[in-house]
Design a binder for this molecule. Sequence first.
Ligand code: GDP
Length: 423
Amino acid sequence: MACTAIVGINWGDEGKGRMVDLLTESFDVVVRYQGGGNAGHTVINRYGQFMLHMLPSGVFRKGVVNVIGNGVALDPEHLIKEIRELQNKGVSITPENLMISERASLLLPWHRQLDALEEARLKDQKFGSTKKGIAPFYSDKYQKKTVLAGELFYPEILKQHLESLREWKNLVLTGVYGAEPVSEKEIDDWLAQYCAPLKLFIRDTRSYLLEAHRQHKRILFEGQLGALRDLDYGIYPYTTSSNVLASFAPIGSGMPGVEIERVIGVVKAYSSCVGEGPFVCELFGAEADRLREIGGEFDGHKPHRVGPIDLVATRYGVQVQGATEIALTKLDVLSKLEEIPVCVRYKLNGREMDSMPFPSILGQCEPVIEKMPGWERDISGIRNWWDLPEEAKAYVKRIEEAVGSVIKWISVGPERHSIISRG
Ligand code: GDP
C-alpha cells in the first residue's frame, strides 16, 4: 500500500470521501494535491456527518497525518471555518495531524468575487461554477499573481506583494465588471481573521513527505472531482481548473518523481453530474426523477443530473486515471429498479462508437442503452460477494469487463462499514 491514490473516474461525487474514510485505517499520511473548496467529500462516522471541502478525509483517524499540498487552492477563510466546525464536534486538529504546504498558493478574497461576477456576465453560457473562486485562482496562480502560504511568515514582503496585486485586481473589478474595489482594510482583516490562525499548520511539507516515504510510511493521495472534470483530459471547457488525475498527485503534493503503485478509481453504479456540459447518458422526466430520488441526488434542493452508468466515459476515466483497481459505490441505490439501464456505446451520425470522442462533438452524441435485469431486493446489509443476488453480480462483472479493471470494493451504503471487499 506504499503510495496509493484514490480518485474519481466519472464527473465527481462518486463517493470518494467514504472510500478514503474507510481505507485511511491502512495509511499513515493522507494528502490533498489539487482543487479547493469547490467539491465536498461526504464522510459519515462516529463524530457525525461531514462535508469536507478542504481538509483531507484522514482527519478523523487517530495517528494519521493530513497534508494539504502545494497544488491545492488554499482558501484560508474556508479552511479555518472547516477546521473550527470539526473541532467543535470533538475532532482533534493540531499541527501534529494537519500540515499545510508553505508552497500552496492562497485563494485571495477577490477570487470568489470575480468567479461570481464572471458567471453573472456569462448568463446562459455559464459554466456552472461553484463560485468558490477556483477558476480565477488557478488562472492567477499560473500568471504568478497570487501569494504563497509561506509568505505569511514574512509580513513586510507579504504586505507589499498583496498591495501590488490588489492595485492590479481593482482595475479588473472596477474597469471590467463595474464592481466595488477591494480596500486595504478588507485585506488586513482577512489576514488577521483567517490567515493568522493557519500559520501554525504551515511548513515545508515536501521535506516531511520525502522523509515519510523514505521511512516506508504508507501515503494516500486523495483526489477531488473526477476524470471527466480534469483540466487537460476532461470535457473541456466544462472542466475544473486543476488536474485531478492521479498522475498529478506527486507534483501537487511535493513529491515529484515518486511512483504511485496503486490507483483506486471510484466509480458510481450509475451516473450523476453537477454543473453544465455534455452528459451523453442523461435521463430526463419520470425515469430521471426516480433515480434522483432513490439516489438522493440533490444539492440542498437543487437536483443533480442523473443517468445510467456510462461505460464509454467510465472506461475512458479508468484509462486516464491509470486505475489499477476499482471501488464501485452506491450499488444499493439500484436495488429498487426492475431493469437497470446501461449506456454501452455512443452514436454519432448513425455510427456507433465505444471510445470517448473529442469534447467538442460530445454534445451531439446519443447514448446506446441496453437493459440488464434488476435484483429488486435490499442489498444494503450484505457484506460478502457471494451473498449478492446473481443479477447484481452480473451487473458488477459487466462493468468490470467493460472498463478493464478489477472491482475490489462494492459499497452498498454511505456508512463506513457498508462495504463488500473482494479481497
Ligand atoms: P465524493 O465527492 O466523491 O467524495 O462523493 P460524495 O461525498 O459527494 O458522495 C456522494 C454521496 O453518496 C454522499 O452523500 C455519500 O454519503 C453517498 N454514498 C457514498 N457511497 C454510498 C453508497 O454506497 N450507497 C449510498 N446509498 N450512498 C453512498
